[in-house]
Ligand binder design. Structure first.
Ligand SMILES: O=C(O)C1=C[C@@H](OP(=O)(O)O)[C@@H](O)[C@H](O)C1
Ligand SMILES: C=C(OP(=O)(O)O)C(=O)O
Length: 433
């Protein structure tokens, strides 16, 4: 599938984006380990989360699905998973593979985790190595999937994490539930904290002091009855489009507003964007609310580095599009992690945005973009990366002439209904086979 994109007059309207991807993975995985029945509404029916659902069923968990975004999960308790009869297929989802590694480290049976070609290029030793220290048998394939794992009796460890990664942190916190004694992690910078909040809401014992988090062994988790708010990483695309298209004004309702996820919004506000965040309370320990965005008269370049990076880690493709329209040189540093996502997001962004006339320089750990630069329509490629495909579609909305985004089906990995929602706001985006 490819997208044909033309500049629209303006974007206008109110939308809700699909459920948060990080929360959808976690709510399902943790509900499977709870004692009793959990109900998940607003669950994200995207390819990445479908991979988690497939794996959880393969591990013996019964899940009813009265609607695409509604799951009833019959939890089997913390020790109740059964060995899968075939390798667990995590598709292209890093979150699925890494969080499952942490959970399966608590089980004495052998498991094999596999993924597609893209996921099989991504690093897995970052989870395997600390799990071995906890006492699990873990073998990777030269650092990658397939991963062969046999868990069992684990010991709590103290571990200084070399990278700020919520997936590594989550895997080790989950393994820590099965350990003898507490497990303490020290993060180099705060990453998204959904695992901590949700496990806490389900009755687990965790303590946090600054960048140090301790989890205690657990006997049971309580089931969940939750409505998952919209994904701020998906809202980022219509939001940036509205900023860049003159005369636009949009509202995104029922959105997750966890501060560890709002780095992009803070960056855009610092650049001069008229964005308003309207908190509306908490659900399951997570702040939720609305977002208002309108077109910006002028954006100023900024520098993003250090602890700011993990708080907007998935938003750099769309941030780069905004940066092409900002005055001055926008610089991103300390973001080498972008090279090990669905694509090498630094190299891919530079290659594709250049085709549209952007002035972007690639660095080992980030990039620099000079702006403002008028973009021109071009044929661009997603590199099989959903966030790149959507960022390029937004770039097409502000480019002169027509833009074709090739290989755009990957958008379904995180944001089913992206095109429909953008069209509802007035965007000229067509899907072609
Ligand atoms: O824990 C999560 O749900 C995620 C953590 C991040 O990955 P890392 O932990 O590898 O930074 C992020 O990029 C990914 O989209 C989702
Ligand atoms: C990196 C991402 O996801 P994952 O690591 O779960 O594949 C993403 O959604 O941008």
């Amino acid at each position: 599938m490819r997208l044909r994109v033309r500049p629209p007059a303006r974007l206008h309207g109110v939308i809700r984006v699909p459920g948060d991807k990080s929360l959808s993975h976690r709510a399902l995985l943790f509900a499977a380990l709870a004692e009793g029945t959990s109900t998940l509404q607003g669950w994200l029916p995207a390819a990445d989360c479908e991979a988690t659902l497939r794996c959880i069923r393969a591990l013996g968990v019964e899940v009813e699905r009265p609607a695409a975004d509604r799951l009833i999960v019959h939890g089997r308790g913390l020790r109740g998973l059964q060995p899968a009869s075939a390798p667990l297929d995590c598709g292209g989802s890093g979150t699925t593979m890494r969080l499952l590694m942490g959970i399966l480290a608590g089980f004495p049976f052998p498991s094999t985790l596999v993924g597609n070609a893209q996921l099989s290029r991504r690093p897995m030793e970052r989870v395997a190595e600390p799990l071995r220290r906890m006492g699990a048998e873990v073998r990777t394939t030269e650092g990658h999937a397939p991963v062969y794992l046999r868990g069992g009796t684990l010991r709590g460890i103290r571990y200084e994490m070399p990278v700020a990664s919520a997936q590594v942190k989550s895997a080790l916190l989950l393994a820590g539930l099965y350990a003898q004694g507490p497990t303490t992690l020290v993060e180099p910078a705060p990453s998204r904290d959904h695992t901590e909040r949700l496990l806490w809401a389900m009755g687990a014992t965790l303590e946090q002091h600054g960048r140090t988090i301790t989890v205690y062994p657990a006997e049971r988790l309580s089931p969940l009855d939750c409505a998952i708010p919209g994904d701020p990483s998906s809202a980022a695309f219509p939001l940036v489009a509205a900023l860049l298209i003159p005369g636009s004004e949009i509202e995104v309702t029922d959105l997750l507003l966890n501060p560890t996820r709002l780095g992009l919004i803070e960056a855009l506000q610092a650049m001069g964007a008229p964005i308003r965040v309207i908190p509306e309370g908490e659900r399951h320990g997570e702040p939720v609310g609305r977002l208002l965005g309108a077109s910006a008269v002028r954006l100023q370049a900024i520098e993003i580095a250090g602890p700011w990076v993990p708080r907007m880690i998935d938003e750099f493709p769309i941030f780069a599009v905004a940066a092409t329209q900002a005055e001055g040189t926008t610089r991103v540093r300390d973001a080498a992690e972008l090279r090990v996502k669905e694509s090498d997001r630094i190299a891919a962004l530079a290659a594709e945005l250049r085709r549209m006339g952007a002035r972007i320089e690639e660095h080992p750990d980030g990039f620099a973009i000079e702006g403002p630069t008028p973009l021109r329509g071009a044929v661009v490629h997603s590199h099989g990366d959903h966030r790149l495909a959507m960022a390029l579609a937004v770039a097409g909305l502000i480019a002169q002439g027509e833009t074709i985004v090739e290989d755009a089906e990957c958008i379904g990995d995180s944001f089913p209904g992206f095109v429909k929602r953008m069209q509802a706001l007035g965007a000229e985006i067509e899907m072609e086979p």
